[in-house]
Design a protein around this ligand. Structure first.
Ligand SMILES: [Zn+2]
Length: 484
């Protein structure tokens, strides 16, 4: 029996507002422990929360980017639970009247686009952070994060594979990066993700028991955990077992999930309306302003690249994944380069460079016009493909304009026939054995001779010209073959 996975994702996004959600403490990451706290976020008696207006505006902006219906009236609720990182013993969140509902996000599945429902988006405050590393017998708590604004974005269970979940996260991260409301950095915890998965027989309408997975610290972890869990559940169902509804933890070292606790229901949290905050009316003007503040979103930019720059769907998708990547691309076009060669460099060598050095595109010290210069130097014949690759690395490693590199090192491809002939003759004279091999029908010998010619010219010989020249010389020196 094969089963169909039914997957939903809950993303917690930390908004990069200057201050916390209900007090004026700074919300910046990385300050000394417990240096950004006040009576409000420490939950001392007699204080009142005041909503951060910017967090509300940004929340509305995110909701509009996901095509959600923004609530006319939203309210906050207390979610009760005890944990040492939660000084109030409750978290201010939103229960039955969230900020926004009924949105969607389109993701790429192969060549198709699939629409994933967004059930709701709500505002809530973050908890503190427990540190267990300092000692084996004690834990420390840092309340700097307590009260930092979070947006929880809950998808419908519309995802059907770990790959789809991965695409959803990539697209979600791209949208919030374009909106500039969060760093979306998973390592710093500004984007956190829980997922839930159940299996059902294909086309069955009833859902299986939902298993929630926590402790997912990277997109890769989400994918691996979902793949693992789909397999584990399928085997259990295959043995005729009944799966409990539960919460499991992903163990990134052992690459498996472990049971954590049975799943809480909403009733376990004893939600009730936050008595210190009135319900908020979100007026039409605020929504209109947020809509006006929306930048071009990844899907719109993708459409523009396909239509105006004639790029393939795949190229357009890769180039719009990061806002900084797209801006680099467009800057190179403004500097006069044609779209396709720039796209090829970015998607080939540049992506490989980013991956090899574990860098995000905005960490590059690369000016867009340098990419244009590189492409122009190839197109006007100054650089061969091989030379361009070396210049490309200097451009990225040392932050140099390719024009500068070419001038400083006197780089120029050798294209004049007389010089190329001298190189070809020298190579043939120095390698009689390969010449003989070629005459006996070993066509591979040409590749070797080509390599020697490139070496002799320090990579500067025009590869097509020198190959043709060598071949012509070899054929001339091979009368038997000529006679057929
Ligand atoms: Zn505070």
């Amino acid at each position: 029996m094969s089963y169909e996975p039914v997957i939903g994702l809950e993303v917690h996004l930390q908004l990069s507002t200057a201050t916390k959600l209900f007090c004026a403490c700074p919300a910046a990451f990385g300050a000394p422990p417990n240096s950004q706290t006040c009576p409000v976020c420490l939950g001392l008696p007699g204080v009142l929360p005041v909503l951060n207006e910017r967090a509300l505006e940004w929340g509305v902006r995110v909701a509009l980017a996901f095509d959600c219906q923004v609530a006319r009236v939203m309210k906050f609720d207390r979610k009760q639970y005890f944990y040492p990182d939660l000084p109030k013993n409750y978290q201010i969140s939103q229960y039955d009247q969230p900020l926004a509902q009924h949105g969607h996000l389109d993701i790429a599945v192969g060549d198709e686009t699939k629409r994933i429902g967004i059930r709701r988006i709500h505002l809530e405050e973050d908890a503190g952070k427990l540190l267990h590393e300092a000692s084996p017998t004690e834990s420390l708590v840092d309340f700097n994060r307590t009260g930092v604004p979070l947006l929880e974005i809950v998808s419908e269970p519309d995802l059907r594979s770990a790959d789809e979940a991965h695409q959803y996260l990539l697209e979600l991260k791209a949208v919030v990066e374009y909106l500039d409301v969060s760093t979306g950095n998973m390592e710093e915890g500004s984007l956190r993700c829980d997922t839930n998965i159940s299996l059902r027989e294909p086309h069955a309408s009833a859902l299986g028991s939902k298993v929630e997975i926590k402790n997912l610290n990277s997109f890769r972890a989400v994918k691996l955990a979902l793949e693992y869990e789909a397999k584990r559940q399928a085997m259990a169902l295959g043995r005729g077992e009944r799966l409990p509804q539960e919460t499991r933890l992903w163990d990134a070292k052992a690459l498996k999930t472990e049971p954590m606790r049975s799943k809480e229901e909403a009733a376990d949290y004893r939600y009730f309306p936050e008595p210190d905050l009135v319900p908020f009316v979100i007026d039409a003007q605020l929504i209109a302003q947020a809509r006006q503040a929306l930048p071009e979103l990844p899907r719109e930019r993708r459409r523009r690249y396909r239509e105006a720059c004639q790029l393939s769907a795949y190229d357009a998708r890769v180039l719009t994944q990061h806002r900084a990547f797209g801006e680099l691309f467009e800057g190179a076009l403004r500097a006069g380069a044609r779209p396709k060669p720039v796209a090829n460099w970015m998607m080939g060598d540049l992506l490989a460079y980013l991956n090899a050095n574990d860098l995000e595109p905005d960490a590059l010290k690369l000016r867009p016009e340098w990419l244009a210069h590189l492409v122009q130097l190839i197109e006007d014949g100054t650089l061969s493909g091989k030379m361009a690759k070396a210049v490309f690395l200097q451009m990225l490693d040392q932050g140099l304009d390719p024009l500068q590199v070419v001038q400083a090192e006197g780089l120029r491809q050798i294209v004049d026939p007389a010089s190329l002939e001298r190189i070809a003759d020298a190579v043939l004279a120095a390698n009689p054995r390969s010449v003989e091999d070629y005459r006996r029908g070993k066509v591979n010998a040409l590749t070797y001779l080509m390599g020697q010619a490139m070496k002799l010219s320090q990579g500067k010989a025009n590869p097509q010209q020198i190959a043709e020249l060598l071949k012509r010389r070899l054929e001339q020196a091979n009368p038997r073959k000529e006679r057929g």
